[in-house]
Design a protein around this ligand. Structure first.
Ligand code: 4AD
Ligand code: MG
Length: 430
């Protein structure tokens, strides 16, 4: 019966039954050209008044942008048609009218954001969402192939993990609780059972910044592993990104083409080892090569990450950050207590940090002290501290911002297009 446009073009000749939406239409009193789209592609269909019934002609005339239709016709190759094939329509049925489709060419990003529920149908958004689906699938596939269990943490949490300034507080029967910034504190207790675990779940950050990299609700791929050292954690992150890029290159070349994405850099990330350097080396490189005056002990800001990204043209794993700029749970370096075994994966092409991870501190007293230094009360973290009391093991993990990865893979101007309905400080609608 009905086949996809792609399959119809593979068939290449003979009768086809197609259904989908009108991508665009034009015509005269006697002829109507309807470009039909479905999830697979677009194809030009031509209706000739003299050759069809009155009912069919009426429906064809009413078929305007984004109307849904079913049709039957003869397909043949036609070099002049947009995708190289044309269907001569024998019958056509209007299923759902579309009057006054509100999106025209070259509209402002603001209007497209207001119309996101409709803009999802664009070839641009469709391509991104297909790639997004590949990326999610690849993350599951990677971790499962490495023997990880999928594990879920609560979203309502009584404590913080990534700093108080980006917490969303929710009124929980009269008491404040927070939306998860990370699964981590609830993941660490589970490695004592499952050893290797991962999740893909929403994380929430009350980001007051209006950058092209920040969402308030994003999908977070996180992992935690028992018996792992700092290098293991970096290796997993590198392999995960390579695996996701490999799958996108296998499955989504057409989409990357629609997005006009240069795939050379994706191939390089797939094929070449990531660069690795310490924070101290990164600072030195920025100073020596670019004369950037950055004080040791300050976190890398967007501009510094971007300069590294431009210098290297590849993923760079920056390790051993100053303790003062990183989270309380990161392991202190044995040789230098001023730095921690934390790492950030900085993407090429100025897409910033895609993965943040670390080996975890195992010394109970050190963790307590760092909580106190942050103004937190260790009693609230009893459940977490117990992980270091009963059979603690070396372990670590990381979190990857899935939209950050998608944004880079697709070379998007803004992370907001990496997710169908973005939530930011300024937008919760539609
Ligand atoms: O570096 P972050 O804050 O690390 C953690 O949350 C750790 N607890 C993860 C772990 O070890 N399990 O966040 C991890 C990643 C960042 O590298 C970034 O890609 C993404 O989450 N991210 C955001 N993505 C979109 N919008 C935001 N506001 C984000 N904040 C962080
Ligand atoms: Mg981080």
């Amino acid at each position: 019966m009905f086949i996809s446009i792609k399959d119809a073009m593979k068939q290449g000749h003979g009768k086809v039954h197609l259904r989908g939406w009108c991508y665009r239409a034009r015509g005269s009193n006697s002829l109507r050209f309807i470009v039909l789209r479905d999830v697979t592609d677009i194809i030009q269909c031509v209706v000739e008044k003299a050759l069809v019934s009155e009912q069919v002609w009426n429906d064809a005339e009413k078929t305007d942008i984004e109307a849904s239709i079913e049709l039957v016709g003869e397909i043949k190759e036609d070099k002049r048609a947009p995708t190289g094939y044309e269907v001569k329509v024998e019958s056509l049925k209007l299923i759902g009218e579309s009057v006054g489709w509100p999106i025209q060419k070259d509209q402002s990003t603001e209007l497209l954001a207001d119309m996101k529920h409709l803009w999802l149908r664009s070839r641009y958004m469709t391509s991104i969402m297909k790639i997004r689906s590949t990326v999610f699938g690849a993350i599951h596939e990677y971790f499962r192939s490495k023997g990880f269990y999928e594990y879920q943490s609560p979203i309502f949490q009584a404590t913080q993990a990534e700093g108080g300034s980006t917490l969303f507080s929710v009124n929980y029967f009269g008491k404040p609780v927070y939306l998860a910034q990370t699964w981590q504190l609830y993941a660490e207790p589970a490695i004592f059972s499952l050893e290797k675990i991962y999740t893909i779940a929403p994380s929430f950050r009350a980001e007051k910044s209006k950058t092209s990299r920040h969402l308030t609700e994003y999908w977070h791929a996180e992992m935690e592993v028992a018996w792992a050292n700092f290098t293991d954690i970096q290796n997993y992150g590198e392999e995960l990104i390579k695996h996701a890029v490999t799958r996108v290159l296998e499955k989504n070349l057409e989409e990357l083409k629609i997005l006009e994405r240069d795939v050379k850099i994706l191939e390089k990330v797939r094929d070449e080892p990531f660069m690795r350097m310490t924070y101290t080396e990164a600072i030195k490189e920025l100073r020596d090569k670019l004369n950037i005056d950055i004080e040791w002990g300050k976190d890398l800001r967007t501009i510094e990450e971007d300069e590294l990204s431009k210098l290297h043209g590849h993923f760079t794993i920056v390790t051993n950050y100053p303790k003062v700029v990183k989270a309380f749970y990161m392991k202190e370096d044995e040789k230098n207590p001023d730095v921690v075994h934390g790492c950030d994966f900085i993407a090429p092409e100025c897409y910033g940090e895609i993965i943040g991870g670390s080996e975890r501190e195992s010394d109970l007293e050190k963790i307590k002290q760092r909580l106190v230094d942050m103004g937190e009360s260790p009693e609230s973290y009893t459940f977490y501290l117990d992980t270091r009391k009963y059979g603690s093991v070396p372990h670590g993990g990381f979190g990857m911002g899935v939209e950050r990865l998608i944004s880079w893979i697709c070379h998007l101007e803004n992370i907001k297009d990496a997710i169908p309905f973005p939530r930011t400080m300024l937008r919760v609608n539609p």
